[in-house]
Design a protein around this ligand. Structure first.
Ligand code: KIV
Length: 283
């Protein structure tokens, strides 16, 4: 089975076909997403908050992303798998970025990587693209810079910030990025960026005018106990479903209703009889 390639996303933009994207961190959910035809799976470093229980993505390591990328790749056969490059795996130098991105493709099995940042990341994007590594950019609220931003705030509200973001997006496209995530920016700014670029934009908290949308899977499925963010929608409440299932399980085990004899494995009658004869005689 051939996976979706970067060219497909360009075609989708040209044809006005939306690009639904989700984050993926594990084999079973990657499998479901792939089977229903989601073309792009992002092994995001939101893994840190959502799966590993960290308070930010800053703690996520290359090995964490590698480990989960392998599972997502095993669970999918059609979607393009994009592995996020964690904090400090691409900022030090383009050479180090190249080595680390190479591992995500060679060892992890990803088809592309994502890097956060605009102008300051453009040279690295260029080097990766030159080496044949498809790169997704990421602008706006880039969570790895949360300590610099001083919190998770909407980005690009002022004219200067907005104009810089548009120029950053153009620079990333020029550098060879095949798409750009726009996170938590005003709707109209996302619309301008999307119009200005040949490559597709994938929004999250950026309104309805991007070429695609990405959501954090465990958030949209209600697996995170904290309330979903403004831009997220609960498409299912798995938290409530799992709680109800576990409560029923605990109740049944305590009440000796589960497991029943039907869930057990029986001995052959002759074996049972011999066992009973032997052990009864010893008591
Ligand atoms: O890590 C992540 O999940 C992301 C998406 C929110 C774009 O970067």
């Amino acid at each position: 089975m051939v996976r979706v390639r970067t060219l497909k996303f360009l075609e989708m933009k040209q044809q006005g076909e939306r690009i639904p994207t989700v984050t993926a961190y594990d084999y079973p959910t990657a499998r479901i997403a792939d089977e229903i035809g989601i073309p792009l799976l992002l092994v995001g470093d939101s893994l840190g908050n959502v799966v590993l229980g960290h308070d930010s993505t800053v703690h996520v390591t290359l090995d964490d992303i590698l480990h989960h990328t392998k599972a997502v790749v095993r669970g999918s056969s059609k979607a393009m798998v994009v592995a996020d490059m964690p904090f400090m795996t691409f900022q030090v130098s383009p050479e180090e970025a190249l080595r680390n991105a190479g591992r995500l493709l060679q060892e992890g099995g990803a088809q592309a990587v994502k890097v956060e940042g605009g102008h300051r990341t453009a040279e690295t994007v260029h080097r990766l693209a030159q080496a044949g590594i498809p790169v997704m950019g990421h602008l706006g609220l880039t969570p790895q810079s949360v300590n610099q931003f001083g919190g998770y705030r909407v980005q690009g509200r002022s004219y200067e910030e907005a104009a810089r973001l548009i120029e950053d997006a153009k620079e990333l496209e020029q550098a060879g990025a095949f798409s750009i995530v726009l996170e938590t920016i005003p709707v109209e700014l996302a619309r301008i960026v999307t119009r200005e670029l040949r490559i597709p934009t994938i929004g999250i908290g950026a309104g309805p005018y991007c070429d695609g949308e990405v959501q954090v899977l465990y958030e949209m499925l209600g697996l995170i106990t904290a309330r979903p963010r403004k831009h997220a929608k609960l498409f299912a409440d798995l938290n409530a479903t799992i709680r109800a299932a576990l409560t029923a399980y605990v109740d049944e085990v305590r009440a000796r209703q589960f497991p029943t004899l039907d869930h057990g494995h029986q001995l052959e009658p002759d074996v049972l009889e011999r066992l009973q004869r032997h052990y009864r005689s010893r008591h």
